[in-house]
Design a protein around this ligand. Sequence first.
Ligand SMILES: [Fe+2]
Length: 229
Amino acid sequence: MRVSVLVLPFSFHPKTSNRRFAVPKRENFTSRQSTVSAQPRIHQSAPSIQAYGTVTHALPLDLDEPIRLEMTEQLNLLLADSMTLRDLYKKSHWQVAGPTFYQLHLLFDKHFAEQVEIVDVIAERIQLLGGISIAMSHDVAETTRIPRPPRDREEVPVQISRLLDAHQIIIGACRKLAERSDEIGDAGTNDLVVSDVLRTNELQVWFLSEHLVQVPLAVAQPSEMRKVG
Ligand SMILES: [Fe+2]
């Protein structure tokens, strides 16, 4: 004999069965077994688990909370500047024009890729210290110290000057942060700032600056026509 079972969406309580409304079944650990489904649970939301500008407690790093707070704040500034410089390199890579197009197109993209690495290293250092790294372009735009370039396309010397100015801001910040992190005993941040950020930025500055040196391209200038300045 076939028995059909009626599955009710509510709990049935014998003692309260004379009530007009059944009591909805509460979701608990055991009842989750019955909610397993291949359907993705999309559009979920919940309160944040950590507020921006705070650091988590009691990380076994032997670094006091005030130190981690100060370092994560400074590293977020450096992160915003590095993300801006990274994007400025991609803008330059796309928009470059002129006889040096090919080599600059490649050089800008090489520097972009190196800045991508720097961004990741800084962001992960912030997280490691118990803080929260900024990530989205809106937050980067509000935080960076690098001036906003126009949407327009600019000539090569202007592109390179803009990139050099951005590098200068980052390099200056690196020197201050390296000194401060050393002073308060955060050797890890000091090493990251000097070895990864500062030295890469210095090298990129050299490669860019050489493109702004005024030298003859194909024909050497006779000494009587040459004005050295
Ligand atoms: Fe490309």
